[in-house]
Design a protein. Sequence first.
Length: 245
Amino acid sequence: MFSITVPNLRRLSAGLLFLSLAPHAIAGVVIEGTRVIYSEKERAVTVKMTNKGKEPVLMEVWADGGDIKSKPQTADAPFLITPPIFRLDPQKGQSVRLVFTGENLPKNRESLFWFNALEIPSMPKAADSNFMQIAVRSRLKLFYRPAGLSGSLDKAVEQVKWEVIDKGSEVFLKGENPSPYHVTYSSLELVQGGKSYPAANGMIAPFSTELFKLGDVKVNFNNPQLRYRWMSDYGSGVEREVRLQ
């Protein structure tokens, strides 16, 4: 059994409490990168994890097709991951290997899946009744990228067409992505008259449009500046600005 101490909480009789969190939120295990890119030309890709904590943990990994409630038993993504479960000692690293199993996926665009890493801490040596059993799950985007796609992710970002959509009580940024790549934004904001108006962040799928809510603003936008940060294949944010017509 594995657990982690939490002050002033009664022990859960139902077993582990699962927390689904963004990578590196409170987990002791650090995953290299914030996304996984699987190019069709590769025979396999690896994901490295390092236990930065002081105690050993049990790790379980799997991939799914988009169900945030997925479990290893219900994993439905076309990838074989080895090892699927392993012990990771303090200050040690472990790489897991992903192999595409050959499902018939679109050849003209990327496909999106999710990589899951469940971290189960070891039981405290002096555990009493005031602890809760917790397992922390990190969830990363996993992109399958067919060979021969035109352009690049960087070029795809430049191709996105933007406009402001006023629906009366709400204002949105509309992004149209004509490329075969997923374009992810960690921040979006309109700038006009020396003021900035942040929008919700998110992602635009290939050959799709997406609305990003600006909120309850009452501004007559006239050729505003769009300032955004998009995420590269390496998980780093790249800032750009563009003038909207």
